[in-house]
Ligand binder design. Structure first.
Ligand code: ACO
Length: 325
């Protein structure tokens, strides 16, 4: 088996919609500001009783159905997330149990909004090393659970969601290239201060709201454009295709202006870029697989097409992949 190929996709989002006009009632902001600065109109928010594994499970079930597989046929489950159900065990193990995927081994991978692309790369490596045939790769995040809804600089950006793909060993071309990078030097530009071993949750943490995302949005913006641009150029070259061969660019849905800057630098036509952030905001690790699943359902891509993925996130981490469907 020469390749790792996507043979099924699925996605899930919570039902509750939080619109820009809802946010206008919560913080000093406006639909006009949010729309013009980000492109986001609304996002989905999980209720108090919903955890990452709940929506990830739904996305996984759909991906299995699309691939025509049973959960018992899975060899590995990888979940990219920064909002797991618990500190431990992994969300992947919880999903394994719910699916009844008793023949799989399961683990989480943390790479922020790049979590899905990192997971896809690791899954490809496992398949290419031999022995393993079917891997469930999930990107899921409920960033609403770590968002301060009194902080207008962050609460307008994020939403909840899950996306899943089934990756299979195949003789037919699948993942053609994949580029990953990280730079930990600026980790403090986007992080959640408390809840880990450095600063466990306590009264002081809650008083200072340190359990929530802190972000220097402007600095993140600049890194995002530069890193997504370089990763996409590299991934296209490594795949030995030209930019014209790409049927659809499915970028991390962080901010319309970020994607637009990357698109212009790559000289990509607008109609070849898939966007759904107006409906979901930035869903972190779920962003790319959620968009891919929607693009497939809308008939924007089909088997045999070549898609380009790109993402960046906290760490910083970033990457891009060229994939033949
Ligand atoms: N509504 C109204 N005004 C606002 C809001 C808001 N929601 N938020 C900030 N402002 C104000 C600021 O206070 C500032 O006012 P001032 O000029 O009086 O000081 C002004 O708007 C401009 O603020 P900037 O932060 O400079 O605005 P910018 O154009 O950079 O847009 C944004 C902010 C949308 C956050 C942008 O920087 C961005 O998208 N950055 C990338 C963020 C990102 O993608 N993060 C996720 C990474 S992925 C992961 O791993 C989770």
């Amino acid at each position: 088996m020469k390749y790792a190929k996507i043979i099924g996709t699925g996605s899930s989002v919570p039902e509750t919609v939080l619109s820009n006009s809802d946010l206008e009632k919560m913080v000093e902001t406006s639909d006009e500001w949010i729309t013009s600065r980000t492109g986001i109109k609304e996002r989905r928010i999980a209720d108090d009783s919903t955890a990452a594994s709940d929506i990830a499970y739904e996305a996984a079930e759909k991906a299995l159905r699309a691939a025509g597989l049973s959960a018992q046929q899975l060899d590995v489950i990888i979940v990219g997330t920064v909002t797991p159900d618990f500190v431990f065990p992994s969300t992947a193990c919880i999903i394994q149990s719910r699916l009844g995927a008793k023949n799989a081994y399961a683990f989480d991978l943390m790479a922020g909004c790049s979590g899905f692309l990192y997971s896809l790369h690791v899954a490809e490596g496992i398949i290419k090393s031999g022995g393993v045939k079917k891997i469930l790769v999930i990107g899921v995040d409920l960033l609403s659970k770590v968002t301060n809804f009194e902080d207008r600089s962050t609460c307008i950006l994020f939403g909840d969601g899950a996306g899943a793909v089934i990756l299979s060993a195949s003789d037919k071309p699948g993942i053609l290239s994949s580029i990953l990078s990280s730079d930990g030097n600026n980790w403090g530009l986007l992080y959640v201060p408390a809840g880990g071993s450095r600063t466990p949750i306590g009264e002081e943490v809650l008083k200072n709201k340190e359990q929530y995302i802190k972000m220097q949005g402007n600095d993140v913006f600049k890194v995002a454009v530069k890193s997504m641009e370089s990763a996409t150029v590299e991934a296209i070259a490594k795949a030995d295709v030209s930019a014209e061969d790409i049927d659809l660019f499915v970028p991390h849905q962080a901010n319309y202006r970020i994607v637009e800057a990357v698109r212009r630098r790559l000289d990509f036509p607008q109609e070849k870029v898939f966007m759904n952030l107006d409906k979901y905001g930035n869903t972190s690790a779920a962003s790319v697989p959620l968009a891919l699943d929607e693009a497939i359902h809308k008939g924007r891509v089909r088997e045999g097409n070549i898609v380009l993925f790109a993402a960046f996130g906290t760490g910083f981490t970033w990457g891009a992949s060229v994939v033949k469907l």
